[in-house]
Design a protein around this ligand. Structure first.
Ligand SMILES: *Cc1c(COP(=O)(O)O)cnc(C)c1O
Length: 387
């Protein structure tokens, strides 16, 4: 049986996969079972921050895996402690809880918000406001947080205590806060799965002021936008925000599962012994990988991300067949005249792997994609879009 046949026979059918069987790769180029090469413009949905099998990342993983691959959270291990220190030093946050995925990082944020509100305002202040068109994960609670009804339909009853308001509408936010007892607001600065839609800067400013004035926690979901993706270490930094809680995952460990929930001074001690936990959370190999990744996301790399971003925006904004380009850094959405499914399929044919989000083509290349490789991919994408 081929990989594809085996997978179809035995793996639960939750993913509509493309007919591509990847066996290896290096950097931003991957190779399929037939030896065909593809430029990877999706990096595993913003996960392989420095590409596939990057030498420095790989060495960090090998070094740690040969020392200790896992201990329970009953004992101390260095990578976990060091990564928490690095995250706090880079963000000004005070404590970190480690998990394994974006959904879990958000679950932790939600638990922190509920407990903080219960202790400071009363247990009835349990509602969390999220935005329409948002995406926060697939667990039942993060699904409830997600402001897209089509994800909800088949999985009722969902976790209660979430209200969704339209992005950009300050009045709707105020109204929701009058009608419900609110613990927190949870936002993505750029809605990723929602179609690479950045929030309006004025709206974000108003929302931040509103949460501060009303003793509501401001929580930012940086699962997709975090770790250099937008040309800042975290996207909230582009907006001048000071969130109370930040969740991140995807690109943090460069291709190993790791989620992190960053807690500001205000909420740093909300979680106590036994309040939360995760067997794999803070895994030494994932954390060693993340230490390596985070140490390389420096000012020079972020400047490079912004430069490459400017090149893509500049090239595609005025290209034939393009209606609009949105996003920030190397998180880019392209509204094309042609249906996006056709564009993605034609790109695969021509050796470029792209993502989509809603009706947009979505590009999330590795942060260190070489300029010539990026240019080649954009050239092919441009050709496909124009046809
Ligand atoms: C991908 C994503 C998640 C979910 O992350 P998982 O690791 O799949 O659980 C949550 N929030 C945002 C903004 C995401 O992009």
């Amino acid at each position: 049986m081929s990989i594809r046949e085996l997978d179809t026979a035995y793996v639960a059918g939750t993913y509509k996969r493309f007919p591509v069987e990847i066996v290896r790769g290096k950097g931003s180029v991957v190779e399929d079972v037939n030896g065909k090469k593809y430029i990877d413009m999706g990096s595993g949905i913003g996960v392989t921050s420095f590409g596939i099998a990057d030498d420095v990342w790989q060495q960090a993983v090998i070094d740690q895996i040969s020392q200790v691959q896992h201990m329970s959270n009953l004992y101390y291990t260095e990578p976990c402690a060091r990564l928490a220190q690095m995250l706090c030093a880079r963000t000004g946050m005070k404590k970190v809880f480690f998990s394994n995925s974006g959904a879990e990082a958000n679950e932790c944020a939600i638990k922190v918000a509920r407990k903080y509100a219960a202790e400071h305002k009363g247990a009835e202040y349990s509602t969390i406001i999220t935005l329409e068109n948002s995406f926060h994960g697939r667990t039942l609670t993060t699904l409830s947080a997600t402001g897209q009804a089509h994800y909800h339909e088949l999985f009722q009853p969902l976790t209660p205590g979430f209200v969704h308001v339209p992005a950009g509408d300050t009045d709707a936010l105020c109204k929701a806060a009058q009608e419900h007892k609110i613990a927190a607001v949870l936002i993505e600065c750029i809605q990723g799965e929602g179609g690479v839609v950045p929030l309006d800067a004025e709206y974000v400013k108003a929302l931040a002021a509103f949460t501060k004035d009303n003793d509501i926690l401001l929580m930012v979901d940086e699962v997709q936008t975090g770790n250099g993706r937008t040309g800042a270490l975290y996207a909230y930094m582009n907006y001048g925000l000071q969130p109370d809680v930040v969740s991140t995952a995807k690109g943090l460990a460069g291709g190993l599962p790791l989620g992190a929930t960053l807690l500001s001074e205000k909420v740093q001690n909300v979680l106590g012994y036994g309040d939360h936990g995760s067997t794999f959370g803070g895994n030494p190999v994932s954390c060693a990988a993340a230490c390596s990744i985070l140490s390389r996301i420096d000012d020079a790399l972020l400047a490079e991300v912004r430069e490459k971003s400017a090149y893509v925006f500049g090239t595609l904004s005025k290209a034939e067949g393009v209606e609009a380009v949105s996003g920030m850094g190397l998180m880019i959405g392209i509204k094309t005249k042609k249906p996006v499914a056709e564009v993605v399929a034609a790109c695969i044919e021509k050796g470029v792997l792209c993502l989509s989000a809603k009706d947009k083509l979505r590009l999330l290349p590795a942060l260190n994609i070489p300029t010539d490789v990026l240019q080649e991919a954009i050239g092919i994408i441009k050709e496909v879009i124009a046809e």
